[in-house]
Design a protein around this ligand. Structure first.
Ligand code: SF4
Length: 481
């Protein structure tokens, strides 16, 4: 199992720009900044005034659209939408690469989507019964089929009509010949921001994509809001029944880039505050605080600042080990986690170490890292986790293992400590996590975020789940019969 596979992985990012001479190239840059949200495939659709041009390929953004890329050179036009996709399965990648494109009665439309529909299985079965022929297993295609069957005429009405039939978490961008459209689900689970560059509206999953192109942040797209950008300006609609806002709190723990500001909070600052909460809730006598790089760094800095224990880089990350790295032989395969992380022995020898990571998923990597730090000479290893125990799977657009595979689902904290062989193990509390985002605590009657992977409190009905079988929920990644 690779390091990436023992993480919750964000499945997608979206980007869109309207009315800019460099729309294609700017979308390449925007997707490059959003690479952390999806590394399996990248796609861009532009409109050149006459036709749509679609380039969708497996690989990293730099591989697909990098310097001298023939794909990038084809992206003519002043408006574009783009997408990066994460997937754990290779077989279904090509036909699921977004943005998806369709010729509807009123003209062509390209749609890119981040999230997961929770009634897609039922909708899809109904559409297939009515004669729809699906080309992919992606939720996005379900939205397109619903739009195609709509009796409304304007494309925005068709989209709203389709979105009113679906439940789930989504942030999407859509491009027609005359419009760039952005939409966020009524609970606002996944992020989407509106920016502006040289007067051109920009939509992106995170602000880091605005930064890379020099665009200004205008604001977050509101939960349940539809933004429509045309040559005449921007219009905003709220066509859905208002719902309580439940932004994904895991964006602050791990998914979003630390230099992004989501829902008005800088991610790096939030992560540092989680580390401070952790130090207050789970203090320990130790000589150094070290992060599991890179995602544990801000929380470890916060822990060190609050506890007064020095922060050190006790583990060095090799940034050049990609997801496609092929271990050259069985003989060295056992080196495992050291391909990506190497202990800084001189720093660790004889020390009582506080080791900080963002989360424990299956526990496979955690166990190896604790062992690695101990083997490098640490006298004690105290593991501190900058999120509560992940006891439940996510069905809102994040690739997670089945519940049974989550270590915290099967074990108590003490059992987990014994399993990963740490001297002590502690997780930040759910109230501590909320405090780090500026809330007083989690209000059980009205939680301010989606925190279902910690609490089991799913804000959006999982209607594809039959008889309590959560594995019956359609996933973006699932093959569908
Ligand atoms: Fe985020 Fe967890 Fe909710 Fe999924 S279940 S949206 S990862 S908080």
């Amino acid at each position: 199992m690779s390091f990436a596979e023992d993480r919750f992985n964000e499945e997608c990012a979206v980007f869109g720009i309207f009315g800019h001479a460099d729309a294609g190239a700017l979308t390449v840059l925007g997707l490059h900044a959003l690479q952390h949200r999806g590394q399996e495939a990248a796609g861009i659709v532009t409109y050149d005034g006459i036709q749509f041009i679609a380039e969708r390929h497996p690989g990293l953004v730099g591989d697909v659209f990098g310097k001298n890329s023939a794909h990038a050179q084809k992206l003519k036009g002043t408006q574009a939408v783009g997408h990066t996709r994460y997937s754990t399965t290779g077989g279904s990648v090509a036909r699921n690469i977004q943005p998806m494109f369709a010729d509807l009665a009123g003209g062509g439309i390209a749609i890119a989507h981040n999230g997961n529909l929770t009634n897609a299985r039922a909708l899809r079965a109904e559409l297939v019964r009515e004669g729809a022929i699906f080309q992919s297993t992606s939720d996005t295609e379900t939205i397109i089929h619903l739009m195609a069957r709509s009796t409304y005429n304007p494309v925005v009405d068709r989209l709203v009509g389709a979105l009113k039939q679906i439940t789930g978490a989504y942030s999407l961008v859509a491009l027609t010949g005359r419009k760039l459209i952005g939409a966020r689900d009524p609970f606002g689970v996944r992020p989407l921001v509106l920016g502006q560059l040289d007067g051109a509206p920009v939509l992106a999953s995170e602000t880091c994509a605005l930064d890379i192109i020099g665009a200004d942040l205008v604001r977050d797209v509101e939960p349940g809001e539809i933004i429509v950008a045309t040559r005449d300006g921007i219009e905003s609609f709220f066509p859905f029944k208002p719902r309580p806002q439940r932004f994904c709190i895991f964006e602050y723990v791990y998914f979003a880039r630390p230099d992004s500001t989501v829902e008005g909070r800088n991610v790096y600052e939030a992560r540092k505050r989680i580390g401070e909460e952790l130090a207050r809730e789970a203090p320990v006598a130790a000589d150094i605080v070290i992060p599991v790089p890179d995602s544990g760094v801000p929380a470890a800095l916060g822990y060190a600042a609050e506890s007064g224990i020095p922060f050190e880089l006790g583990i060095i990350r090799n940034h050049y080990v990609g997801r496609t790295f092929i271990e050259p032989s069985d003989r060295i395969r056992h080196l495992g986690v050291k391909l990506k992380h190497n202990p800084n022995g001189a720093m660790l020898k004889g020390k009582r170490v506080v080791l900080v990571d963002d989360s424990i998923v299956r526990g496979t990597t955690s166990k190896k890292i604790v062992e690695m730090v101990r083997d490098a000479g640490a006298a004690e290893v105290h593991f501190r986790i900058a999120s509560p125990p992940t006891t439940n799977s996510c069905f809102y657009g994040v690739d997670t293992p089945n519940e049974e595979e989550l270590l915290a689902h099967a074990m108590t904290v003490e059992e987990m400590r014994l399993h990963i062989k740490a001297d002590s193990l502690a997780f930040v509390s759910i109230d501590g996590l909320y405090r780090a985002t500026g809330q007083a605590r989690r209000d059980p009657a009205h939680p301010q975020f989606c925190d279902a992977c910690f609490s089991g409190d799913y804000p959006i009905e999982l209607s594809d789940i039959a008889g309590g079988r959560k594995d019956a929920q359609l996933s973006l990644l699932a093959e569908v019969a």
